[in-house]
Ligand binder design. Structure first.
Ligand code: FES
Length: 107
């Protein structure tokens, strides 16, 4: 099964397997990754699933759509170049091993 490496702001890393087709927010909440809340369940209305994608994988992702782009302007932690909403990142074969950093704060 493909996996994600979640890195917390304090540097702690956790590797989690998630199924193909599952988004990275659900993968995080299902495995108790602290700091990813996913309050809206993936409806793109809360921005509490903010992550920063590792450079090596950021280019593999489709660009955020207009709604995600607007939500990223309202994240609790400042938006960074590779900021994304993890509920919009869907695991695929090409993303196996993707590394993401959990934003410093979500609320
Ligand atoms: S879970 Fe609410 S915007 Fe991602």
């Amino acid at each position: 099964m493909p996996y994600v490496i979640y890195t917390h702001p304090n540097g702690e890393r956790k590797e989690v397997e998630i199924p193909l087709g599952q988004n990275l927010m659900l993968g995080a909440t299902a495995h108790g990754i602290d700091g990813i809340h996913g309050d809206c369940g993936g409806a793109m209305s809360c921005a509490t699933c903010h992550v920063i994608i590792d450079d090596a994988f950021a280019a593999l992702l489709p660009a955020p759509d207009d709604t995600e782009n607007q939500m990223l302007d309202f994240t609790a932690a400042p938006r960074e170049a590779n900021s994304r909403l993890s509920c919009q990142i869907v695991m695929s074969d090409v993303l196996d091993g993707i590394a993401v950093r959990v934003a410093d704060s979500q609320v």
